[in-house]
Structure formats: structure tokens, C-alpha cells
Write a protein that binds this ligand. Structure first.
Ligand code: MN
Length: 370
């Protein structure tokens, strides 16, 4: 199939969230994302989402504002009117006009997978070779700001979640660890426990406190030290029974290879937006698995559009160390007619053609940024 893109429309929406969510030093009070529609000349319209935690540049350097400008001024002109065979060719054209900008590229790329799936009448996971599971277990994420973490966690464990994640930051590493320890005392056992310092600790703090986290029952420690410090990450890996996870340190397949060669992590967090699209994330999963490391299904608090794009891919991977596609749990509203649901702690993989979601224009009107 060859098709031409007629127009790429981008709109920023600001969505309410169920409670404030602190990640590292920044507090999310709402979630913003760029809703992308890719209109073809006579084929289907594709949906995509440009999304970063909180909508600002604190996590990854891109923001909803920069994503919109990058798509409108650079990516769209490179794609409109060009005969395209699909997402691979479009990704190559986008790379020609833009270095980096993974979050913006992912927003457009997922829409092209949506187009391909709708044209074929198949869900994206079937285009990727087929799903290996009907749903993916999703953890509950406790923001660093939550006053009563044990209370909140008990509620979510009761709702069927089998894993939990503590965001750390905004206080000293020692205080963060005390908070996790206290909460874990009161929790039901058997949960998989993840902590995420978003690269905010230094190596001396991490070397001292990782054994304390291990003793408290933590299973996975995500990006304790800064992304650049692969040597420190290597010294922390295997130090205790806690598996280490690279998040900010892996933004490409080459990064994943470097982490693997340096033994800097046990697990690599895949995220469709930070890696630049579904195909790029699939490549990173291949490198991760070839190195004997585990894949983790990461999220960026996406609406149902980005959540579907991610879970279409993640459902095809053989095994996952965990999943934090918490958008459907954390967002108080959505932009599609039938939002994705988490039931009994698991996110069901959509079965409709393409990404399997339809835009709700009333919701867009409610939340669009003027
Ligand atoms: Mn993280």
C-alpha cells in the first residue's frame, strides 16, 4: 500500500488527574498531551499522541509545546504529499529533518501504525506478529507527594494490582527510603515493589541505601543515579538482591547496547515516546533480550491513544518485568469514545483495527488549550 498524507493536525489538551503526582522534583497537577491526527488523501485517518510526564520539559527535555512546534513546522512538511509505504519510511524521512525529538516523532509514528492497521482491518499487535497475552498487569504508582502511601497502596492492592511503584524525590534519599520502609511494613506481602529515584541520587547515597531497600522488600530499583553514570549503575547492579532498572539512561537501541555491555542494569524500561516510536521500542526490546536482560513496559501517563500504542507492542513481547502504563488509572478523563480500562490490575489489549480507539471531539473541545 502506498498513500499520501494530506494534513497533520495537532492540538494540545490539558487533562485533569485523580491526584497530584510528584516525580523527582516536579509535581504534576494535570497531564497535558498533543493529540495528533494524520489525514491521508483517501485512506484512513491515524491517531497519535505526543506525551511527556506533566507536559513540561522536566523529564526528557521535550514539552507539549516543543512537540507541537516540531510536528507542525518540521515533521509534517517532510511527510505531507510524499508517497509513503508506511511507518518505516516515514520514520526515515523524519530523521532526515530532525535529530532527537523522540517524543514528537513517536506521536506521528504511532498514527502511521494506526493507519496501517485500519487499512488492513487488523489491530497493530497483529501487524507486529501477534500478541502473546490478552492483557498486561499494570502497577499502581505512588507519587512522592502522597501523604499516606500505605493507605493508598492498600486500596490498589484490594483492586487487584500485583505490583506497586514508589516515586522518590523532593526529600533526602534517606527520608525517601524511610517512607518506603514504613509503607512496606503495613502492606500485604507478595506484591512486586519498584522504587524510582529518576536519577536524583548520587552513587554514595545509592550504595548505602540500596541494601536498606533490599532488606525492606524492594524488588526493582529504577534509575537511582543519573543517566550519564553507567559506571555507578554497573557497581549497583548485583550489589544486592534488588534488580536495577535503566530508564533515563536508555533512549535508543545504542544506549541499550551500552548499558548491556557495561552490565549497568538488569532491566531496561521501554517507553514508546522516549524511544521515538513503536518500531524503535521494538528494536530496543530486541537488544535488551539479546543481551540477556529483561524488558519493562514503561509509560508516560498517556491517554488511551498512547496507552494503546504502547500495549499493542508490549503485548507481543515474550515476558515483562513490570508495566507502568498508569494513564487509564491516573487520568480523571480521556479523549477517546471508549477509554482503555484496567480491571483486576490488568490492562486489556484493544482488539479494534489499528490502535482500536476513536477520538471523542466533545472531550477535545472540553480540554483543548486555546
Ligand atoms: Mn522512571
Amino acid at each position: 500500500m502506498t498513500y499520501r498524507i494530506r494534513e497533520i493536525a495537532t492540538r494540545i489538551v490539558d487533562l485533569p488527574i485523580r491526584r497530584e503526582h510528584r516525580i523527582g522534583v516536579s509535581t504534576m497537577r494535570r497531564q497535558s498531551s498533543v493529540i495528533v491526527q494524520v489525514f491521508t488523501e483517501d485512506g484512513p485517518t491515524g491517531l497519535g499522541e505526543g506525551v511527556v510526564p506533566g507536559g513540561g520539559p522536566a523529564w526528557g527535555g521535550e514539552s507539549v509545546d516543543s512537540i507541537k512546534v516540531t510536528i507542525d513546522r518540521h515533521l509534517a512538511p517532510a511527510l505531507i504529499g510524499v508517497p509513503l509505504t508506511g511507518a518505516n519510511e516515514a520514520a526515515a524521512l523524519m530523521r532526515r529533518v530532525s535529530t532527537g525529538n523522540h517524543f514528537a516523532k513517536a506521536a506521528v509514528e504511532m498514527a502511521l501504525w494506526d493507519i496501517a492497521g485500519k487499512a488492513a482491518g487488523l489491530p497493530v499487535h497483529e501487524l507486529l506478529g501477534g500478541r502473546r497475552r490478552e492483557s498486561v498487569d499494570v502497577l499502581w504508582s505512588v507519587g512522592a507527594n502522597v501523604e499516606d502511601p500505605a493507605g493508598e497502596l492498600a486500596e490498589f492492592a484490594g483492586a487487584g494490582h500485583r505490583s506497586v511503584k514508589f516515586m522518590m524525590g523532593g526529600r533526602s534519599p534517606r527520608a525517601d527510603v524511610e517512607r518506603v520502609r514504613t509503607a512496606l511494613h503495613e502492606l500485604p506481602t507478595g506484591l512486586t515493589v519498584v522504587v524510582d529515584a529518576s536519577g536524583r541520587w548520587d552513587e554514595p547515597a545509592a550504595r548505602r541505601l540500596l541494601p536498606v531497600l533490599a532488606e525492606a522488600g524492594v524488588d526493582i530499583a529504577e534509575q537511582l543515579v543519573p543517566a550519564w553514570n553507567l559506571d555507578a549503575m554497573a557497581r549497583l547492579t548485583g550489589l544486592t538482591r534488588v534488580w536495577t532498572m535503566a530508564d533515563e539512561a536508555v533512549r535508543s537501541a545504542s544506549d541499550a547496547l551500552r548499558v548491556a555491555l557495561a552490565h549497568s542494569a538488569d532491566i531496561i524500561a521501554l517507553k514508546v515516546p522516549k524511544l521515538g516510536g513503536i518500531a524503535a521500542a521494538r528494536d530496543v526490546a530486541a537488544v535488551t533480550r539479546a543481551a540477556g536482560l529483561r524488558c519493562y513496559a514503561g509509560g508516560t501517563m498517556e491517554t488511551s491513544i498512547g496507552t494503546s500504542a504502547a500495549v499493542q507492542l508490549f503485548s507481543t513481547l515474550p515476558e515483562l518485568a513490570g508495566c507502568d502504563l498508569i494513564g487509564p488509572l491516573m487520568l480523571a478523563d480521556d479523549v477517546v469514545t471508549r477509554p482503555l480500562e484496567v480491571r483486576d490490575g490488568a490492562l486489556t489489549v484493544p482488539q479494534g483495527a489499528g490502535l482500536g480507539v476513536e477520538l471523542d471531539e466533545d472531550k477535545i473541545r472540553d480540554y483543548v488549550r486555546e
